[in-house]
Design a protein around this ligand. Structure first.
Ligand code: HDD
Length: 711
């Protein structure tokens, strides 16, 4: 029904008896007759009518005089700020970092001086290529940016969920991003690298081959932001009180283990719930299941750097954990969502150059370029130099300086003196003892524009990554490369990519070529340095090897129907809950079902709204009386068929057997399709779910056996 609106100015409600009351925060609020705060303009003037503009007569023209209307529309018109040029889509949360032990031996950074010290943090996770409104499960690198509000200034560790990068020099960043984002004439594809421009640039940039292996692996389709690693990528420096430097690489490791989804699943999740990652983080934090990561460091000196296989300044290389173990130095817990997305997550300004005393940079040319870009980008996005006045960006430690004025200045120096030195004895002074000291590295040489020869090996670590993967993960890389290159229209670009793959792993390259239907194999790409065959596999690079051992933090989707066995449902729910997993019910109607004991239970989703791609495992708890109705739902069949093809565990009670038949899998039942045990066996069933996927099933549902060689 249309809302009744006032049409005559004589009917306008006048505000009687306006009271001024002191609200909790000590601010003044004007209170309306009915107890609500009075709506005001941003100048504080109370508003009488927020439904109709001021006009001459009910059907006449509007009047410029209506300052409330003009202010409201003006403000609305300016609600958007430029989205980030990369990493536009993101989601943030507050939490804390807790230091395990003093690291004073290596760094004077205040955050690492005292065991048990807690430092507030704000984290923003993101995708890189998509625009702000793109879907969460795009195949993409995830940003992992952490702002630590230390007692000696903010430390921003602006990392990714992949420890290497595409390019070695920041001067190529605009080209990389232009090539990855929508093509400029047609403005698509959105949030996808599966197009000509991206693979054209990549094929002409052999230094990206190691990163290509990572982005074609399941790392770029994480199941949850909570199940991803994070990396500082570059080599940084720890600097101690004696100004001695130790090189350091940073790693974040999720407590709940690593987990990704299948590509076919990602595609469907994007349709079913484009905010899948946001919702997951929101639900976890709101329900008190606070996600946690350990911060680890690889520490090394110049001697190690000189003896290492690759240049430690090259951001396309890792130092395998098996060569140099990661030492845990603290943990980060995310325990609070922002009060307002825009004020915090959108306006947070991360900058690689935000480092406190005790943390310094290496000469990594990508890092050096980043140190320029981030400050510059914040000026554009946030519209002026005073973005540090925003609460999310302000340090939480005392600070004092003479910067003043500019757009939106909220904190100018007080009093007469706004310069240093001054003879009035006022204001802050520099402190050689406490202040930031750059590491006095000795540098000399000619001014050149030159890539070091030590950066020239582009294939050896790509090969090492590939051979470190388990067979299902290697299959996924082949499938991802095939998918992406199948979207490339220019044949020469596909061929060029295969020529690079030949330098990484011949079987993989041949398999991709075969799946693309290529008629002949190209020659291997000319390599500046031949691929080393002696690098050992590094199991730490595999997601499956780093998977969880338990179902904790995961979700079971239970398809229920009227008459579902009450004891079984209760037993299953409590077994999953005991493992710290979650259960959601999917039913023909979201209104719920009547359980065998006569009670009623609400569902979380109707079948169409809760496809199995949203869950880590599923159970089918129907009933002999209701199974016929369930069989009529086409999406119930998809629910089961998808769970099977995505290699998930499927628990069922016997009444659901016809559903397995309808999904066409009754003949293929394997160890992952499990008749639910009696109540006693449910704990064991849920323990089994901790394996997450039945990878042995995959070859029969996804890939035919090894391909014949391409000529
Ligand atoms: Fe960057 C944002 C991570 C290379 C220039 N970058 C941005 C964000 C992350 C990264 C996580 C989003 C921060 C947030 O959530 O607000 N970027 C990386 C990593 C890189 C990298 C791990 C390589 C190791 N970036 C890189 C280069 C340049 C930039 C080489 C430019 C020379 N990045 C930017 C930027 C952004 C940005 C344009 C856009 C929005 C912003 O900074 O705040 O300045």
């Amino acid at each position: 029904m249309a809302k009744k609106t006032k049409t005559n100015s004589t009917e306008l409600v006048t505000i009687h008896d306006q009271k001024l009351s002191r609200a909790q925060g000590g601010e003044l609020h004007q209170t309306a007759e009915d107890g609500f705060d009075v709506l005001t303009t941003s100048q504080g003037a109370p508003v009488a009518d927020d439904q109709n503009t001021l006009r001459i007569g009910a059907r006449g023209p509007a009047l410029m005089e209506d300052f409330h209307f003009r202010e409201k529309i003006f403000h609305f018109d300016h609600e958007r700020i430029p989205e980030r040029v990369v990493h536009a889509r993101g989601y943030g949360a507050h939490g804390f970092f807790e230091t395990y032990d003093s690291l004073a031996e290596y760094t004077r950074a205040d955050i690492f001086q005292r065991a048990g010290e807690k430092t507030p943090v704000f984290v923003r996770f993101s995708t890189v290529a998509g625009n702000k409104g793109s879907a969460d499960l795009a195949r993409d690198v995830r940003g992992f940016a952490v702002k630590m509000y230390t007692k000696e200034g903010n430390w921003d560790l602006v990392g990714n969920n992949i420890p290497v990068f595409f390019i070695q020099d920041a001067i190529k960043f605009p080209d990389l991003i232009h090539a990855a984002k929508q093509e400029p004439d047609r403005a698509f594809p959105q949030a996808q690298t599966a197009h000509d421009n991206f693979w054209d640039f990549i094929g002409l940039t052999p230094e990206s081959m190691h990163m290509v292996m990572w982005i074609m692996s399941d790392r770029t389709i994480p199941r949850s932001l909570r199940f991803m690693e994070g990396f500082g990528v570059h080599t940084f420096r720890f600097i101690n009180a004696k100004d001695e430097s130790t090189f350091v690489k940073f790693h974040w490791k999720p407590k709940l283990g690593l987990q990704s989804v299948a590509w076919n699943e990602a595609v469907k999740i994007n349709g079913a719930d484009p905010d899948y990652h946001r919702r997951d983080l929101w639900q976890a934090i709101q329900s008190g299941n606070f996600p946690e990561w350990e911060l680890g460091v690889q520490l090394f000196d110049q001697e190690f750097a000189d003896g290492f296989d690759f240049d430690i300044l090259d951001p396309t290389k890792i130092i395998p954990e098996e060569v140099l173990p990661v030492r845990p130095i603290g943990r980060m817990v995310l325990d609070r969502m922002p009060d307002n997305f825009f004020a915090e997550t959108e306006q947070v300004a991360f900058m690689t150059q935000n480092v406190p005393p005790g943390i310094g940079f290496s000469n990594d040319p990508l890092l050096q370029g980043r140190n320029f870009s981030y400050l510059d980008t914040q000026l554009k996005r946030l519209g002026g130099p005073n973005f540090t006045h925003l609460p999310i960006n302000a340090p939480k430690c005392p600070f004092a300086h003479f910067q003043q004025d500019g757009h939106m200045a909220m904190r100018n120096p007080v009093g007469r003196v706004n310069y240093e030195p001054n003879s009035f004895g006022k204001g802050p002074r520099e402190s050689p003892a406490r202040g930031y000291r750059h590491f006095p590295a000795e540098e000399s040489g000619q001014k050149v524009q030159l890539r070091p020869e030590s950066f020239a090996d582009h294939y050896s670590q790509a090969r090492q990554f590939f051979i470190s993967q388990t067979p299902p993960e290697q299959r996924h890389i082949v499938m991802a490369l095939t998918f992406e290159l199948s979207k490339v229209e220019t044949l020469a670009i596909r061929e060029r990519m295969v020529s690079h793959l030949l330098n990484i792993d011949e079987t993989m390259a041949t398999e991709v070529a075969h799946r693309l239907g290529m008629q002949s194999m190209p020659k291997p790409a000319p390599a500046a340095v031949p691929t080393r065959q002696d690098l050992e596999p590094s199991p730490a690079l595999s997601i499956v090897e780093r998977g969880p051992k338990r179902f904790e933090g995961r979700k079971l989707g239970v398809l229920v129907a009227d008459g579902v066995d009450a004891k079984l449902l209760k037993g299953l729910t409590s077994a999953v809950t005991k493992e710290k997993g979650l259960v959601e019910l999917i039913a023909p109607k979201v209104g719920g079902v009547t359980v065998s004991d006569g009670s009623h239970i609400d569902a979380h989703h109707m079948i169409d709204g809760g496809p199995s791609v949203l869950f880590d495992a599923v159970a089918l708890l129907t009933s002999p009386a209701a199974i016929e109705d369930v069989l009529k739902e086409a999406t119930a069949r998809d629910f089961v068929a998808d769970a099977f093809q995505h290699c998930k565990f499927i628990g069922y009670d016997v009444s659901a057997l016809p559903l397995l038949e309808k999904a066409g899998i009754a003949q293929d039942l394997d160890e992952g399709v499990i008749a639910l045990p009696g109540e006693d066996g449910l704990a064991a069933f849920v323990e089994e779910l901790g394996k997450l996927r039945v990878w042995g099933r995959e070859p029969s549902v996804k890939l035919s056996s090894a391909s014949p060689p391409v000529a």
